[in-house]
Design a protein around this ligand. Structure first.
Ligand code: ATP
Ligand code: MG
Length: 387
């Protein structure tokens, strides 16, 4: 028996013996007295089959007959045939024309430029949070939910590898924030000192009182008990202080005024600077050169403006999206011009975030520009940067 399935839907007319209608029509090619079927390109009488393609085998309840004896000449009804039309049958031209009209009527008449503008507007409204996850050596995970600079993970990886890290970048790019977040990510206590030419070495080492008592420093605390110590503005420090930094990182022990102290295994140093330690630059005129031996103890990470972070900080001021976009476009144009003309001007994310805050508070555009960007700049300089 060779069966070729004819219908794609179940039969309309139930089996005359058992009354089931969850069956299909098929041709039995060995009962070839039926005319040729164009749809299946086969010749054979119609029989009923099950869903799995086997011949339907049933019996009348009184035993008077069975479906295996049935071969139908007439087969499917007109209605069965209609329903069994293959799905991919060619659609008539009339139907195609009607579909075309329908699609035309439903599609709004917008051109490509309009669609692009709509998409741009929608995307500009979306703030993509930067996500940083730290997997610590003990398999603990620390996920930062707030905004993070994209360099945070590199800084943490270097610190985890046992390196001390020097972050170099223009003002306001987020170096001090990275230092705090790195300590949090590593599960270390965070210590920081902002260095200036007037900072004495005793602020790092602590000192002995006239009574003979030792007054410890934050640095001593971190060195002895572990923690991440941040030397902020390291290129602004007096050379005598840099000598202490150098000594602290060079050896496993250090002489404090009261005694020698062993460096804790979880002591790490992180430093930030606006220059690479080679002395003053156009924008950072007062900076000190850092001696090569001290510099050599650090892995250096360049921290530039992270525009995604800047977007996020500006949007979080609550200023309307189109105003934030205006501020960002304006500030970035000035930044690029200052760079192109080698001007000693720093236009950091503090300028863009500050502008957004002032505008959100109701200040006018002009007064906001004066307060956060122009800041008394003369006309010649301003025309150059604003060109
Ligand atoms: N990840 C962040 N999340 C929230 N605010 C941030 C983040 N990074 C930076 N900021 C904000 O941007 C401003 C500048 O950041 P920060 O002080 O860390 O920069 P900096 O590079 O240390 O600047 P400077 O060189 O002037 O010391 C701060 O107001 C800070 O709160
Ligand atoms: Mg800082």
């Amino acid at each position: 028996m060779t069966l070729v399935k004819h219908s794609t839907r179940t039969v309309r007319k139930p089996c005359r013996w058992c009354g089931r209608s969850d069956l299909y029509w098929a041709h039995d090619t060995e009962r070839a007295y039926h005319k040729h079927c164009d749809r299946c390109d086969t010749t054979g009488g119609f029989v009923l089959i099950e869903k799995d393609g086997s011949r339907h085998n049933c019996r009348n309840t009184d035993g008077s007959g069975d479906s295996m004896g049935d071969v139908y000449l007439d087969g499917p009804t007109d209605e069965d045939e209609k329903e069994a039309t293959p799905v991919n049958a060619p659609v008539s031209q009339d139907v195609q024309a009607a579909l075309g009209m329908l699609v035309g009527a439903l599609t709004p008449q917008v051109d490509r430029a309009e669609i692009e503008a709509m998409v741009k507007e929608a995307v500009a409204n979306v703030v993509f949070p930067t996500r940083t996850v730290v997997e610590r050596v003990n398999s603990e995970r620390k996920e930062f939910t707030g905004a993070t600079h994209h360099k945070l993970s590199d800084v943490i990886t270097s610190l985890m590898a046992g390196e001390h890290v020097l972050m170099v970048g223009p003002a306001g790019t987020g170096k001090s924030t990275i230092a705090e977040q790195a300590a949090e990510g590593l599960g270390l206590k965070s210590y920081s000192i902002s260095l200036s030419p007037q900072t004495p070495a005793s602020q790092l080492l602590g000192y002995m009182q006239a009574t003979g008592d030792y007054v410890p420093s934050l640095f001593r605390e971190a060195y002895e008990h572990g923690g991440l110590f941040h030397f902020d503005e390291m290129d602004n420090a007096h050379p005598s202080v840099l000598a202490v930094v150098n000594a602290a990182l060079a050896n496993g022990h250090m002489a404090f005024p009261d005694q020698m102290v062993k460096r804790h295994k979880d002591f790490r140093a992180i430093a930030s600077a606006n220059t690479y330690g080679r002395g003053a630059t156009r924008s950072y005129v007062g900076r000190q050169a850092i001696d090569a031996a001290t510099l050599d103890r650090f892995s250096v990470e360049t921290i530039e403006v992270d525009e995604t972070l800047e977007n996020e900080l500006c949007h979080s001021t609550g200023l309307e999206t189109d105003q934030v976009e205006r501020v960002l476009t304006f500030v970035r144009r000035l930044r690029a011009n200052a760079e192109a003309h080698s001007m000693p001007v720093v236009i950091s994310p503090r300028a863009s975030v500050g502008m957004c805050r002032l505008l959100a508070a109701g200040r006018s555009w002009e007064s906001t520009v004066q307060a956060r960007v122009r800041r008394g700049m003369g006309d010649t300089e301003w025309n150059k940067i604003n060109g």
